[in-house]
Ligand binder design. Structure first.
Ligand code: NAG
Ligand code: NAG
Ligand code: NAG
Ligand code: NAG
Ligand code: NAG
Ligand code: NAG
Ligand code: NAG
Ligand code: NAG
Ligand code: NAG
Ligand code: NAG
Length: 884
């Protein structure tokens, strides 16, 4: 192995920053002190295992008919704004397949009208409700489907939320991998059951906005030449960052988006270790890997490293050139990409296509991302082909009711002194704060929600969508007050200090203060925040606003809309602050959702999906805000390992203000009767054996004349990316001055091999070794509603794995149960083999260690009244039964 590493180092030196070379595993010059990502070739070919068999056969029948040019067409985007969606690939007119449409976002159809804006992923995570996660996915998928989208670009597990200030954490679910894994699986199932392909993104360790792309960083003043390298060790990768992607793969996700950042100094979209070895081999991923927009940096190298589709297709926006397109045609013809690899790319695209029920006869795309005009250019990049492009199809159905319900069921009640809530026809309601009202510029007044004006219902970036309407807290609370006959006054200017003081100091005031903290994607800067938050305090002087109001009003209720935790230590325990609620990013029904909770129409049960720590430092891991490697790739060592969020606080014995999993109800619950039943699962068997050889689907000519642009009547669109060649000379057709040059000829060993390959012990099926998903134990407990209101409760199971490098506890089960006053319900959850396992870096497999394991059940990560040793004090029993 050492010899191979040296060879790579040599190539690195020969080519400098070898972005254009055929090696993919080192874009930073060799430097022994930098984290390194080892090569893994060839790229595994899919096999159609499990429930993919039928779709695989359909795809095989289809792909076997395709020409080389048609295959390349399906892998390569047509260029930025080349068609109506944020990404489109070429079509296959001969067989009636229209262009696949790739569309943002994880909260709704981006850039569309008459569609819904759903809660953020982080917000639905707070429901701890699998049914709502699925329902949200299904509803969103239905809207994408009706707009003509083929691939919905969500859900998100990267970022997972390593640092609370991470700009896009809200797009994902939670820094806990188990909760995020459930969110991913339920979302994937929901989206794909609605008939579109889901895209789990961004793979992987995409944990901060700063330095994710060098040109973007240059734009805000940092001269770097390469994207940040997130340096992650093998255990941390498996036990934390990869975990929820494994759930997505197990759930049948059809596509995965590789990320902008490097991982161990190899770009996300050409990292053969992660794409070939981990994702496609170990996790048995059957779908396609698409690049994030402009995240591809090489042609043949990225293909061999496991990339299957390039988005949006051009080398960078609107160059008119591509690493693939003509270049991929050439790379196959000159032997640097095996024809079987191209076949596999296309099989990986078409199998999920059929798997979710898409057909060769899909209705046309009925909207344009680039204008809301009815008539406009089909090819917005160059303003060509003016025609009707927007049909203004209303795809919302009754999703408003679902969004309202999710918003309410996701609202976390953090504090509620002496049953201040729920409100019952209060005499006088004073609502304070810009966050209660509308954006004066309108709900879509800032492109991609790139500002923090008015109530925060969706954060900024490509992960947002346009509102068809937005119910503000002010309007919904006023409607409720009128119905109740309450006095109602609101002040929506945080700086109207004298008016606020005069109002909230009046007798009988029930004051509700709305505050927020925003963040988003790195291409937009809001108030100097380059995506990531600069701090963890509230925006628009929200903390001062709360303190000013609570100094005067003994019944101050605080509602926080935010993209993650804020530092509440200065005021949360003020006795005049009688209630605190975190409402996340609830989407279009924001005001109705919060009103339902404040007035008790919904009895809250949500749980905070992250920790509210006393200080920023308590979280351990933070954003890297300054480059630390000169003009080279900033190096971000994830030295905290798996210890993020509550695991970090537990490790340093830091008491959180509100712990992970915490949330109050208007009633009370009691836990009892913990029982653990062994399922007597059979022993874990490592997968062994070999794959079959790579299938080859069809023949192709090696004569360059056969690949030229069609005749002069071909409707060529400027800047558009095509699979054809412009010249009969390969070098000329590539338009690449380095075409075929010596330094570029180095190919990683086995890069084009099609021979049978050994199976991995931890692999064997989508999601990894199928035995990892065996049930080992079933755990039950009794939960009794001891209050006088019907309610819902979220029992949680935590596990101590017992080893010296394990966290105090980790979440490994939860449910959301509806329990009427005085009634009891049984919490039942299964512990799978994977839930009990650690990643063993030597065996390259999951193992259940000998350390004593303990199960805890309770209502939060700090309130765990029930516990039991897993093996009845006998770890040897455990080992005998469950280890190999
Ligand atoms: C990151 O880790 C590498 C390898 O351990 C070390 O050489 C390097 O100094 C670290 N970088 C920083 C910025 O801490
Ligand atoms: C490739 O896709 C483009 C755009 O959809 C289409 O015009 C062209 O005919 C396709 N080429 C082939 C060979 O199918
Ligand atoms: C930025 O870095 C590049 C590469 O090292 C260098 O050529 C260029 O002069 C630098 N630009 C500035 C403004 O420092
Ligand atoms: C082929 O790829 C190279 C970069 O590797 C690029 O410079 C060139 O423009 C591409 N050619 C075409 C025709 O897109
Ligand atoms: C809560 O109720 C108790 C008992 O009635 C009372 O002593 C206490 O002052 C109340 N606290 C607040 C903050 O109103
Ligand atoms: C809206 O936000 C922008 C950008 O942050 C800011 O400049 C502007 O003043 C805000 N407008 C209003 C009316 O609040
Ligand atoms: C934190 O950032 C927000 C948003 O940019 C800003 O309004 C606020 O003043 C900052 N807080 C501190 C303490 O600097
Ligand atoms: C609570 O409000 C009262 C006014 O009702 C005020 O006198 C008192 O100082 C406030 N307490 C705190 C801790 O701010
Ligand atoms: C290919 O040829 C067309 C027609 O001559 C020309 O307009 C276009 O710029 C060329 N494109 C590339 C990628 O070379
Ligand atoms: C093969 O084609 C690719 C894509 O144009 C090019 O990058 C590479 O240099 C070529 N290799 C050889 C051996 O011609």
């Amino acid at each position: 192995m050492q010899g191979l590493l040296e060879l790579f180092a040599l190539v690195g030196q020969m080519t400098g920053l070898n972005r254009e070379s055929l090696t993919s595993d080192q874009t930073t010059p060799s430097n022994a002190s930098l984290a390194y990502s080892p090569p893994f070739y060839p790229s595994p070919w899919m096999t159609g295992t499990g429930d993919w068999a039928e779709a695989y056969q359909q795809a095989r029948d289809f792909v076997s008919q395709l020409t080389l040019l048609e295959k390349v067409n399906l892998t390569t985007g047509v260029g930025w704004e080349g068609e109506q969606c944020v990404g489109n690939v070429g079509s296959v007119p001969r067989l009636g397949l229209r262009s696949l449409c790739m569309q943002d976002s994880p909260v709704g159809v981006r850039f569309a009208d008459y569609s819904s804006v759903f809660s953020s992923g982080q917000t639905v995570a707070a429901t701890f409700d699998r049914g709502l996660m699925y329902a949200r996915g299904y509803a969103m998928g239905s809207e994408f489907k009706d707009k003509g989208v083929s691939v919905m670009l969500g859900p998100v597990a990267g970022p997972i939320g390593r640092s609370p200030a991470g700009g896009r954490n809200w797009e994902g679910f939670s820094p806990d991998p188990y909760l995020t894994g459930v969110g991913m699986a339920e979302s994937v199932r929901g989206i794909q059951d609605a008939g579109v392909i889901a895209c789990a993104k961004h793979f992987i360790a995409n944990e901060q906005e700063h330095f994710r792309q060098a040109p973007e960083a240059i734009g805000y003043g940092f001269n770097i030449t390469e994207s940040i390298s997130e340096n992650v060790d093998d255990v941390t990768m498996h036990e934390l960052y990869l975990w929820p992607f494994a759930d997505a793969v197990k759930a049948g996700v059809g596509s995965i988006m590789c990320s902008y950042n490097q991982i161990n100094n190899s770009y996300g979209c050409q990292n053969s270790k992660l794409l070939n070895n981990v994702l496609k081999d170990e996790l048995g991923f059957q779908g396609f890997v698409m690049s994030d927009w402009q995240a591809q940096h090489t042609g043949a190298a990225s293909a061999n490293a496991g990339l299957d589709m390039t988005m949006p297709g051009d080398t960078s926006f609107n160059t008119g050139y591509s690493y693939w397109g003509s270049n991929l045609t050439l790379a196959v013809l000159n032997g640097t990409v095996a024809p079987a690899r191209l076949d596999d790319m296309v099989m990986r695209i078409m199998t999920p296509y059929f798997y979710v029920g898409l057909t060769l006869d899909e209705p046309e795309i009925n909207f344009s991302s680039w204008t809301k005009d009815t008539i406009g250019p089909l090819h917005a990049s160059v303003g060509a082909d003016i025609q009707q492009i927007n049909y203004h199809v209303d795809v919302r159905r009754d999703h408003g009711a679902l969004i309202r319900n999710i918003g309410a069921r996701a609202t976390v009640l953090l504090k509620n002194t002496n049953n201040t809530l729920p409100l019952d026809r209060p005499k006088f309601v004073a609502v304070i704060g810009e966050d209660a009202g509308p954006n004066p510029w309108g709900p879509n007044g800032c492109a991609d929600r790139g500002c923090d004006n008015g109530t925060l219902a969706a954060a900024w970036g490509s992960g947002s969508a346009d509102f068809t309407y937005l119910v503000t807290p002010d309007s919904a609370l006023q409607a409720q007050a009128l119905q109740d006959g309450s006095r109602y006054e609101s002040i929506l200017d945080n700086y109207a200090t004298s008016q606020i003081s005069a109002l909230v100091s009046q007798a009988n005031a029930t004051t509700i203060v709305f505050v927020n903290a925003d963040s988003g994607e790195g291409y937009i800067s809001v108030d100097g925040n380059e995506g990531d938050r600069n701090n963890l305090t509230l925006w628009h002087s929200g903390d001062a606003l709360i303190q000013n109001v609570s100094a005067l009003c003994p019944n101050t209720i605080v509602v926080i809309h935010s993209t993650g935790p804020t530092l509440v230590g200065d005021w949360y325990d003020n006795e005049n602050i009688t209630a605190i609620l975190w409402a996340g990013l609830p989407g279009q029904e924001s005001g109705n959702s919060i009103t339902d909770v404040l007035y008790g129409k919904v009895n809250p049960a949500a749980r905070t999906p992250f920790t509210w720590a006393p200080t920023r430092e308590s979280y351990g891991a933070d954003i890297l805000y300054e480059p630390n490697n000169g003009e080279g790739a900033p190096q971000n060592n994830f030295t905290e390992g798996i210890f993020i969020d509550y695991r970090a606080l537990d490790r340093t014995n830091t008491t959180p203000i509100y712990e992970f999993g915490f949330g109050l109800s208007y009633t009370t619950f009691e836990y009892s009767d913990l029982t653990i039943t062994s399922a007597n699962a059979s022993a874990y068997v490592p997968t062994t054996g070999m794959t079959s050889a790579a299938p080859v689907l069809g023949n192709y000519s090696t004569n360059l004349n056969d690949y030229q642009f069609p005749n002069s009547s071909f409707p060529y669109v400027e800047q558009y990316i095509y699979p054809y060649l412009n010249a009969t000379n390969a070098s000329a057709a590539s338009m690449d001055p380095n075409y075929g040059q010596t330094a570029d000829q180095f190919m990683p060993p086995n890069a084009t091999s099609t021979a049978p390959q050994p199976l991995l012990a931890a692999g064997g099926a989508p999601g990894g070794n199928p035995a990892l998903w065996d049930v080992l134990y079933t755990v039950t407990a009794t939960i009794r509603n001891t209050g006088d209101r019907n309610g819902e409760e979220v029992p949680q199971l935590y596990l101590s794995l017992g080893g010296p490098n394990d966290p105090r506890i980790i979440l490994r089960g939860f449910d959301r149960l509806s329990i009427d006053a005085g009634e009891s319900a049984t919490f039942t959850t299964n512990l799978l083999r994977r839930d009990l396992s650690n990643w063993d870096t030597v065996q390259q497999n999951w193992v259940i260690t000998d350390y004593p394991k303990t199960v805890y059940v309770g209502s939060s990560s700090k309130n765990l009244p029930l516990s039991q040793s897993l093996s009845g004090n006998s770890t040897s029993t455990l080992r005998r039964r469950f280890s190999h």
